[in-house]
Design a protein around this ligand. Structure first.
Ligand code: GDG
Length: 469
């Protein structure tokens, strides 16, 4: 049983339109004859108590509607205005409201009630992400004795940071109702373990588990992967599509630097623009010789901080294009609509530099997709923030501090100048890691540990080395 805030429904033909995670989870669900439960994305006037059931191919889905108040308090409010910024170390942006927290708990309770009615004793439950942290506690309160696991897709900050949030001890204690908690990196896992011991009175058991009362919870890192070969194939095929061909033509031999992000303040988009400006100022020979393409689909537009980020990004890009552009050259091409995955893959393959500089990111799949899309014979170079979880697995990227625009500007120059042999060697090492730890490895490792429970050995040294690349 997979539970997440939003359910990625395939279209009626059974074709998945969303990304790699949706594909991986759908495969796992089909293999284990599972069910995917979550919010339908729809708003209804009355609180809904019963899910709607859907079938697409061999996969089964159960979705619930939310009321406008639920969405406001649970999703936009507590999850995205209080938890998201804090988990990304942005204490100043975190807005706590008791009403929002009440709504968050209410929706988790409603989900648990509906889910508990569907659960059979042998079912294994895999909960995803910060919207649903208290779900295990709510299920346990209803008597569920199933194995329940949780994966946290975003960073887990140091205990001192999370401790700022009113009610954080409540949330922490709720984590102890899971049998297994998965995080993106060892650092996130250490932060959670420390918080549970220091702030939730749990006792350490061995290196990876904690215990409180009768409950034992294992905490481990499972860096999420991508479907490497599917993305590589898409990148190989799309140069044939019109959009990718036209983009290549429009570049007129200029080298492409490229970024793709949800328009989110954790992604460091205005900071990246300023680093690119610094690069152009420091390297006048590159003016007119490169183009920077930023694709940034609008996200969470109903949350005020995102409207502010939109304005700030528009202003920064407008200023740089105005000050440094020429009648026949625009330094930054900026688009806020979403593109098909295959088109992204084709554009990545064309880009000489992948610029992935989030201020903080749980993993960052775009960095991995950029690597997968490259031509092994002539790969581009990846510039990667040290604050993305992906940096732990990809030390062969040019690792930068995204807050230092001089350092990022220098890395752009180094990426553009990198000799072919060096690009090939760095790429081959990154590709080997990403192939080995792909999304199938990720779902398999988590589910195996969750099913095997206490009987499974912890991550042994070989597995840990594998996970860390
Ligand atoms: C969270 C964590 C963690 C983006 N624009 C378009 C598009 N995308 C796709 C990308 C990529 C996905 O969306 C974004 O994934 P990220 O990992 O980069 O970031 P978040 O959305 O913040 O995801 C993150 C992740 O969960 C998984 O655990 O890595 O740290 O924050 O796949 O390609 N896809 C399409 N059109 C677009 O315009 N089709």
């Amino acid at each position: 049983m997979v539970v997440s805030n939003r359910v990625s429904l395939p279209d009626p033909s059974g074709k998945i339109v969303a990304g790699g995670l949706a594909v991986a989870l759908k495969d796992a669900l089909e293999r284990h004859q599972g069910l995917w439960f979550g919010w339908s994305g729809r708003i209804s006037a009355q609180p809904c108590e019963e899910p709607t059931f859907l079938e697409r191919g061999a996969a089964h889905y159960a979705v619930m509607d939310l009321t406008a108040q639920d969405k406001q308090e649970y999703y936009s409010g507590f999850a995205n205005r209080a938890l998201w910024p804090l988990m990304h170390y942005r204490i100043g942006l975190s807005e706590f409201s008791r009403a929002d927290y009440g709504g968050y708990r209410r929706v988790n309770r409603a989900f648990a009630r509906a889910l508990a009615r569907l659960l059979k004793p042998e079912d294994v439950v895999w909960v995803h992400d910060y919207h649903l942290m208290p779900l295990a506690s709510e299920l346990r309160a209803l008597g569920a004795a199933n194995r329940i696991g949780y994966f946290h897709h975003i960073p887990w900050p140091a205990p001192e940071v999370l401790g700022v949030l009113p009610g954080s001890c409540d949330l922490l204690r709720g984590m102890l109702d899971y049998d297994l908690v998965g995080l993106q990196t060892e650092r996130d896992a250490d932060n959670l373990r420390r918080a549970l011991i220091e702030d939730a009175q749990a006792a350490p058991v061995g290196a990876r588990s904690v215990e409180r009362g009768a409950r034992r919870t294992r905490i481990k890192a499972y860096p999420i992967g991508i479907d490497f070969d599917a993305f590589r194939l898409a990148a190989e095929r799309t140069p044939a599509t019109r959009m990718v061909r036209e983009t290549a033509k429009s570049l007129a031999q200029r080298r492409l630097i490229m970024s793709v992000d949800r328009l989110d303040y954790s992604k460091g988009i205005p900071e990246r623009m300023e680093a690119y400006e610094r690069f152009l100022l420091a390297n006048p020979d590159q003016r007119g010789a490169v183009v920077f393409l930023q694709i940034a689909p609008t996200s969470r537009a109903e949350v005020p901080e995102y409207a502010k980020l939109t304005r700030q990004t528009n202003e920064t890009i407008g200023r740089i294009n105005g000050e440094l552009g020429e009648p026949d050259w625009t330094p930054i091409r900026y688009v806020t609509s979403a593109y098909p995955r295959a088109a992204l893959a084709g554009l990545f393959r064309m880009a000489r530099v992948g610029l992935v500089t989030p201020l903080r990111d749980g993993m960052n799949l775009v960095a991995k997709e950029y690597v997968a899309a490259q031509d092994p014979a002539d790969p581009g170079a990846l510039v990667l923030s040290r604050f993305a979880g992906a940096a732990q697995q990809l030390p062969q990227a040019l690792i930068v501090n995204p807050n230092d625009k001089f350092e990022v500007a220098e890395a752009i120059r180094q990426a553009l100048d990198m000799p072919l042999e060096e690009r090939r060697a760095r790429w081959a090492a990154m590709a080997a890691t990403l192939r080995r730890c792909d999304v199938g490895w990720w779902t398999g490792a988590f589910l195996r540990d969750l099913r095997n429970g206490e009987r499974a050995p912890g991550l042994d040294d070989d597995q840990r080395r594998e996970a860390a690349g």
